[in-house]
Design a protein around this ligand. Structure first.
Ligand SMILES: Nc1ncnc2c1ncn2[C@@H]1O[C@H](COP(=O)(O)OP(=O)(O)O)[C@@H](O)[C@H]1O
Ligand SMILES: [Mg+2]
Length: 505
């Protein structure tokens, strides 16, 4: 089996997401497609899987041009894809899900009944040590097992090419190692695996061939023996350091004290379960955890975005629980949200106006109910310069900036008032490395200026680089608070809840 992409170009309007990309995928190899967030990896694979039509270029299967009008065609040709978001029906069993996946399959691979589906799941699970029970209900399975069900779905359709799109984003470090083991086994059994990732560690661990794309273009190929630094500079286009330069923290008084904070969602499920911790002035507490373990609820409860059902938070001696968001922000809390396009900026508004979002009605921006455009522009220019926002003018709409520059606008706004506490949620997600360094520096500067800082991050590397202390969350609880030099295995076990269960046992 040989699958080839030649000169694939895919445009969205006048934006070119894939620019004349060539890629060759062969049986029995792992081909890593490496690139930063937004490089165009998913777009390319969606073209390959028949989800998008390419504007130019062709796909060849064993040297014959093929056209996939939809995923059904791609699957019939032996291509399987595991998306970033799983497509499983939660109340159904593994075997039922596998059978459902055969609705549009034709030919000998088609599974006709549940018995056949169960047998198929058992066979694949045993062959690759997946340890998946055909009768288990999806919603009872951990994320790593759900992902293996997606892989089984693809293999049950006789996929000889398997595309995994950022498969480790939702996994703990241990689950990641297990998955990489499975990828090796699949390769050894003759499958062509395309591993899409921006994580260098994974590429080095399993790839036979590496193609690096940047801004929609192939910028090079590399051998797995290349160093992480070489791969990183290929990926981002310049030399990068993985470290954050910072001095030892000099923690002062307790700035934030959280006591038994609890959030129950509308369905009655406890999302945040009696969380207690302190953060001192001048220190960074990083919250680690696989996404979806209560981190979002914690920040939202602290900010008053969601009401808390029990417990309290005290900022500099004053209880903030139960107050309005605006009052909490004005009492000295800065917030860099998880989703900057949704919660951080108003895209159609100018940079100048985004910089005064919550304070436009105050002095000096407004006097006697009248906006002061000169003052606003002056302040905006100052911030744009200080935070190195790359824009043509302060009148440019914020939505037209790159992700990194949008994030700088958010930081400029949030960090330009005196803060007691900064909460930053995945502050560098989707940013290029240059912007990441900048954001990290500003966060450390805020700490050194005496603010208490909470960073929530799904990237363990970021947690370790920034933290003075690390709190690990699992199932809505803090399972431990540990120093930043704690080894990754221990952190990984905590992220998987192992620590928690030991305590409970
Ligand atoms: N359906 C779409 N419409 C418009 N732009 C898109 C669409 N899908 C992706 N893009 C843009 O194309 C670029 C590449 O996206 P994507 O392929 O998802 O990147 P990656 O998977 O490497 O993170 C991004 O700038 C993204 O905003
Ligand atoms: Mg993607």
């Amino acid at each position: 089996m040989k699958l080839e992409l030649r000169g694939i170009t895919k445009r969205f309007g006048d934006f070119t997401a894939n620019d004349r990309i060539d890629l060759l995928v062969e049986s029995g190899t792992v081909h890593a497609l490496l690139g930063e967030n937004g490089a165009g990896k998913s777009t390319l694979m969606n073209v390959l899987f028949g989800l998008y039509d390419a504007d130019e270029g062709e796909v060849l299967l064993n040297d014959e041009p093929v056209v996939f009008a939809g995923p059904g065609d791609a699957m019939a040709a032996g291509i399987g894809m595991v998306h970033q978001h799983f497509m499983l029906v939660h109340p159904f069993t593994v075997a039922e899900n596998v059978m459902l996946g055969h609705e549009d399959v034709t030919g000998p691979a088609k599974l006709l009944d549940l018995e056949a589906a169960r047998a198929k799941v058992r066979e694949i699970s045993e062959r690759f040590n997946f340890n998946v029970d055909p009768d288990a209900v999806i919603e009872d399975l951990p994320v790593g097992a759900q992902q293996r069900v997606e892989i089984i779905k693809a293999l049950s359709r006789d996929a000889s090419v398997l595309i995994l799109d950022e498969p480790t984003a939702v996994l703990t470090p241990q689950e990641t190692d297990e998955l990489l083991g499975i990828v090796r086994d699949l390769r050894d059994a003759g499958t062509a695996v395309v591993l899409i990732t921006h994580k260098l560690r994974e590429v080095k661990a399993v790839a036979d061939t590496i193609t690096v794309i940047r801004r929609g273009k192939v910028v090079g190929t590399a051998e797995p023996t290349a160093s992480q630094e070489e791969l990183a500079s290929l990926m981002v286009g310049r030399a990068v350091t993985m470290r954050v330069d910072k001095d030892e923290a000099k923690p002062g008084e307790t700035m934030l004290s959280v006591d038994g904070l609890t959030v129950v969602d509308e369905a009655g499920i406890v999302q945040l379960d009696g969380v207690s911790f302190d953060v001192k002035a001048g220190e960074i507490l990083a919250i680690a955890g696989v996404q979806g373990n209560g981190q979002t609820e914690l920040t939202e409860a602290l900010l008053g975005i969601v009401p808390s059902d029990a417990g309290s938070a005290t900022l500099d001696g004053e209880v903030i629980t139960g107050k309005a968001i605006k009052d909490i922000l004005m009492s000295g809390l800065g917030f860099v949200p998880e989703d900057r396009t949704e919660d951080g900026i108003v895209a159609p508004m100018t940079i100048a106006n985004n910089l005064i979002l919550d304070i436009h009605d105050r002095k000096p921006y407004s006097r006697g109910g009248v906006l002061q455009p000169k003052v606003i522009a002056e302040e905006a220019r100052k911030h744009v310069e200080q935070f190195d926002v790359r824009a043509t003018s302060i009148e440019q709409t914020t939505g037209s900036l790159s992700g990194g520059n949008q994030q700088k606008v958010v930081l400029a706004r949030e960090l330009s008032r005196p803060l007691k506490l900064l909460i930053a949620s995945n502050p560098t997600r989707g940013l290029d490395v240059g912007s990441i360094e900048f954001v990290h520096k500003r966060i450390v500067a805020e700490r050194d200026g005496g603010a208490a800082v909470i960073i929530v991050s799904a990237e363990l590397d970021e947690v370790v680089a920034l933290a003075d202390r690390i709190a690990v969350m699992y199932h809505g609880r803090i399972v431990g608070i540990v120093p930043p030099d704690t080894d990754r295995d221990t952190l990984g076990l905590m992220m998987a809840g192992a620590h928690d269960e030991e305590e409970a046992a």
